[in-house]
Design a protein around this ligand. Structure first.
Ligand SMILES: [Zn+2]
Length: 394
């Protein structure tokens, strides 16, 4: 199995100055290579291939011994490959007859990651393994940086990335051969309904709330984004607003990640089989049918912008759930959620009128009353079990 581990870095003052310099030099390299390709494309309509650019990288490093030459050749190559991917996607879209935007310069705030493609090459994931209490990662040109390693790294470290989020720095270790850790069977199965007020509602009536404080932070982020939209480009106030929005964005992301991990872990521990909505279909039907119109009693979720910030967590949650389910040997089934929120789980009668409010379900045919999310989760579970039976019979 492949898995990533993300840890907060605790750089010294000197390292805290070197990290932005490393990021900035990689950004400048990205721009130089982009400019080169842009010129070649504009002059002759030719695309410079990735293969040519590492040769030039050698010259760039030779010409700039105190600048670009400080960093790892391999991390710089990885940056050039990243540009290469952007160009490939661009030309694919051109070939498909569309008119995509040319790959763009990335502003300071939009270039936030440096990747080392191979542990041991210009970097070392556990650079002082003998140290009794503290973990370090060595990054060429930066030094041995202290890592807040709050959990054990498993498997073999393949790549190392450093990421800036607001004013914090993180290291992401991407590992291969991470051993699975199967959990004992519980005999329990569940369908889950994903929502705004509660991240997850299960078919047996359990509710996992969105991470505490998440709605409040999302509200502040929505305010910050509105404030940002009012500021004039290039103004001092705008720069401040950008910094504030970025910091809140990072905070929402951390809180959401934390909540998603906890919710996914609880589900995987409890159930052998978990059925969820297929998110691609769910997103389409949700916006069309407007079932998210009334977000319930979650006051902070009132504004559309705020709601969309909260909504964005579902994809992340399902990704985390899929990883944990695979590791634990659990079965995950995705079903088409169409009709699951308006169909009665007792008699099968399906009507828009069954849905009294966002929270309440009352069947107009048989009188069955339930929490709307629980009713939907039961329908989701049934659809999943039917799919599984059909697959076993085939
Ligand atoms: Zn009914």
């Amino acid at each position: 199995m492949r898995r990533s581990f993300r840890f907060l870095l605790r750089p010294t003052a000197r390292q805290a100055a070197a990290l932005p310099a490393c990021l900035e030099d990689h950004r400048m390299l990205y721009h130089a290579a982009l400019e080169h390709r842009r010129t070649a494309y504009a002059r002759a309509g030719v695309s410079v291939r990735y293969g040519k650019q590492p040769a030039e990288l050698k010259h760039i490093r030779a010409d700039d011994p105190d600048g670009q030459a400080r960093w790892s050749f391999s991390s710089q190559q990885a940056t050039l490959r990243r540009l290469d991917r952007a160009f490939r996607a661009f030309f694919d879209r051109v070939r498909a007859g569309r008119t995509p935007g040319f790959p763009r310069f990335k502003g300071r705030g939009r270039f936030d990651t440096v990747e080392w493609p191979k542990d041991g090459d210009g970097c070392r994931s556990d650079s002082q393994p003998g140290h009794p209490t503290v973990a370090y990662v060595r990054l060429q040109g930066v030094g041995h940086v202290r890592v807040h390693r709050h959990r054990t790294v498993k498997g073999r470290v393949r790549t190392i990335a450093v990421k800036r989020e607001g004013n914090r720095w993180f290291v992401v270790l991407s590992c291969d051969d991470v051993p699975a850790e199967p959990l004992p069977a519980t005999g329990a199965v569940a369908g889950i309904d994903m929502g705004v007020a509660s991240l997850v509602t299960t078919s047996d009536g359990g509710r996992v709330a969105n991470a505490r404080h998440l709605a409040a932070t999302a509200g502040r982020l929505a305010d910050a984004q509105r404030d940002l939209a009012r500021r004039k480009r290039g103004s001092q106030r705008r720069r401040k607003a950008v910094t504030r929005a970025a910091a809140l964005h990072a905070k929402v992301r951390r809180q959401r990640l934390d909540g998603a991990h906890k919710a996914a872990l609880a589900l995987v521990r409890t159930y052998d089989v978990i059925v969820h909505e297929d998110l691609r279909i769910a997103n389409m039907t949700r916006s069309a049918s407007g079932t998210m119109e009334a977000p319930g009693r979650n006051v902070a979720a009132e504004s559309g912008l705020n709601r969309s910030i909260l909504d964005a967590g579902w994809g992340m949650f399902l990704t985390i759930l899929a990883h944990k389910a695979e590791s634990a040997g659990r079965t995950l089934i995705a079903v088409n959620p169409t009709g699951t929120s308006r169909t009665c789980a007792r008699c099968g009668h399906s009507a828009k009128e069954n849905r009294v409010t966002q929270a309440a379900f009352a069947c107009t045919a048989c009188g069955h009353a339930a929490h709307a999310d629980v009713n939907a989760a039961i329908n989701i579970l049934r659809a999943g079990l039917a799919l599984r039976r059909a697959a076993e019979a085939a």
